[in-house]
Write a protein that binds this ligand. Structure first.
Ligand code: AKG
Ligand code: FE2
Length: 322
């Protein structure tokens, strides 16, 4: 079943694919690959049942590391290097109970440790660093597996998939949606991520919703062994529009604190992303011009793109002939 229409999607929710024990080219690979790719092409999202975030690691992450980070003094959190999409986002007037941090070239344990030493100057926080590094290492394998499945399924050769994956950089993002004074839930507006792919892990409290093509919202339940994998705008560029960037939002229940962790891939600094050659031909003309990630981030978060509903299209979309 490669195609799911909207009505069926609403009934079924987002497709859930079990990737436990599924390895490149091994048993179950082709079937799982087809299911992942079908969901990605329909929605830009898929739910993955996985064993990369086992119980102990989940407990260390959400029971200790994430609360310890957010319990730091505001100045310490703000000391993390910042930029439009990096560093600490503190409580804002429109979202007084939300805070989030994206940092760490997490595939490099040394970098994580340096950040730990900066945040906890008296001896660092080795347990925090170990937890973040273990989360990153496990999610890296999962994210690469899912992206390989998507690209292979679209007909991209393994060599090209491997060099594309090597062109990416990976970071961890931790978010806390506190309980607001008004007692209402918190809303993160519908948006597309500007990155390639995000693995989203929700802890205990629900809130993540993904938009179906008919505009309805599909809730993602916070199940311990399931993560959501979400396509960002740059995956739309890489796949020449075959995988749409997923529109999603967060709507937390009233009166409950919510924590989430994301593992995010984006192009290495300064890299330019373009539709893969194998996904461009006479029937599939290029939908995007080459997109320099740093320039796009500046345009989208600090420039004219801030006001646009589809900044990617304005920045590097090729005008479509009606
Ligand atoms: O907290 C979540 O579940 C997802 C948050 C999100 O979409 C984002 O930070 O871009
Ligand atoms: Fe997002």
């Amino acid at each position: 079943m490669d195609h799911i229409d909207d009505a069926e999607q609403r009934l079924q929710g987002i497709r859930r694919v079990d990737l436990r024990g599924v390895e490149l080219g091994g048993r179950g690979w082709e079937e799982a690959r087809a299911a992942v790719a079908a969901s990605m092409q329909a929605l830009g999202a898929v739910l993955v049942v996985q064993d990369a975030l086992e119980t102990d690691l989940r407990r260390d992450l959400f029971g200790r590391a994430v609360p310890e980070f957010f319990a730091l003094p505001l100045d310490a959190k703000r000391s993390l290097v910042s930029g439009p999409i990096n560093g600490y986002i503190g409580p804002m007037p429109e979202a007084p109970a939300y805070e989030s941090v994206r940092a760490w070239e997490t595939t490099n344990a040394g970098t994580v440790r340096n950040v730990g030493d900066l945040l906890w100057p008296h001896g660092g926080n080795p347990a925090f660093c170990d937890t973040v590094s273990a989360f990153a290492a496990n999610m890296l394998a999962l994210e690469r597996k899912v992206e390989a499945m998507i690209l292979e399924s679209l007909g991209v050769g393994q060599g090209v998939v491997a060099s594309h994956l090597d062109s990416l950089n990976y970071s961890v993002r931790l978010s806390r949606y506190g309980v607001s004074e008004a007692g209402d839930g918190m809303l993160m507006k519908p948006h597309r991520d500007c990155t390639v792919l995000s693995v989203v892990v929700q802890h205990d409290v629900e809130g993540l919703e993904v938009q179906a093509q008919d505009g309805s919202w599909l809730a993602v339940a916070p199940e311990p062994d399931t993560v959501a994998v979400i396509a960002g705008e740059l995956l739309a560029v890489v796949t020449n529009g075959r995988v749409p960037a997923c529109v999603h939002r967060v709507s937390t229940p009233r009166g409950r604190e919510r924590l989430s962790a994301q593992f995010v891939s984006k192009p290495k600094d300064g890299n330019t992303v373009r539709p893969l050659d194998e996904l461009v031909d006479a029937d599939h003309p290029p939908l995007y011009k080459p997109c320099n990630f740093d320039e796009y981030v500046r345009f989208r978060f600090a420039g004219d793109g801030q006001k646009l509903s589809d900044p990617l299209e304005a920045f590097c979309g090729v005008a479509r002939v009606p």
